[in-house]
Design a protein around this ligand. Structure first.
Ligand code: DGL
Length: 267
């Protein structure tokens, strides 16, 4: 069994790639919708949530944890990874490998404010791709639009165009530094044009975990459990729509920060 987590629906873009790479694997995806959006949260909150969510997944006796949240990976870059029994696949490692493979050296990264604040993308991409110039842009409007089911709206098109307008000229590639953004790909394609590659690290996540599964040789039954700590009815409808599955196996779990640890009132 392979576990994944994100703050919300964005993680489904990683579930999709892992499922394509491993058709028979058993997957459990946790969406921490009680605490979405992560991008506006404090580093302390995000470190606590990472520990909580990884701990919950690790208790499911997994073969691997495939990160589906860049913001959590960026926080781990600064605060360190909580110990887990299962091997963790970091999205930022996958992004760096994807940039290296694409031969990109002038690289834009669009991500959440919390991710950009850590500087993790810049550090890790430069470490992997010598001489790389990395330009990070925060796009706080995008995650709430995807969570509200408005990815295809005019508002989303404008918000993506505004984020892309902050990137410099002459880029080789733009990395989706947030797993919600592949759902806005049509708007990014329109804003960036055909000459700039759009890199989604989820593809490399799928490839890397498939390599591990091939070594271990343990197939599953191909089921996917979709778990939320938010509104189950809305989650089920969104999973069905995004994954194209009529009746997804969804469930609720109570995973919450202690009240005193919440620094984002109103979420
Ligand atoms: N999808 C997540 C990421 O990749 C977090 C988005 C959010 O909750 O702000 O960073």
């Amino acid at each position: 069994m392979i576990g994944l987590f994100d703050s919300g629906l964005g993680g489904l873009t990683v579930v999709r790639r892992v499922r394509e790479a491993l058709p028979d694997a058993d997957l459990v995806f946790f969406a921490d919708q009680a605490h979405v959006p992560y991008g506006e949260r404090s580093a302390d909150d995000l470190a606590r949530l990472l520990q909580l969510n990884l701990g919950w997944l690790d208790a499911q006796a997994l073969d691997a944890i495939v990160m589906a949240c860049n913001t959590s990976c960026a926080i781990a870059d600064v605060h360190g990874w909580p110990a887990t029994r299962a091997r963790v696949f970091d999205l930022i490692d996958s992004a760096a490998l994807a940039c290296e493979r694409a031969g990109a050296t002038r690289i834009g990264v669009v991500a959440t404010a919390a991710t950009v604040q850590t500087g993790a993308y810049g550090r890790r991409l430069r470490a992997r791709v010598p001489g790389a110039a990395v330009f990070e842009v925060a796009a706080p409007a995008l995650v709430p639009l995807v969570e509200a089911g408005r990815a295809r709206s005019e508002e989303a098109r404008v918000a993506v165009a505004e984020a892309c307008a902050q990137l410099p000229e002459g880029l080789d590639a733009v990395v989706y530094g947030c797993t919600h953004y592949p759902m806005l790909d049509e708007h990014f394609a329109a804003a960036l044009g055909a000459r700039i590659a759009r890199l989604d690290p989820a593809w490399m996540q799928g490839e890397r975990v498939a390599a591990l599964a091939a070594q271990r040789g343990n197939a599953g039954t191909g089921i996917t459990r979709y778990v939320t700590n938010g509104n189950l009815e809305a989650f089920t409808a969104n999973v069905a729509r995004i994954m194209g599955v009529a009746a997804p196996a969804t469930e609720r779990a109570e995973i919450a920060l202690p009240a005193t640890a919440r620094s984002n009132a109103g979420v």
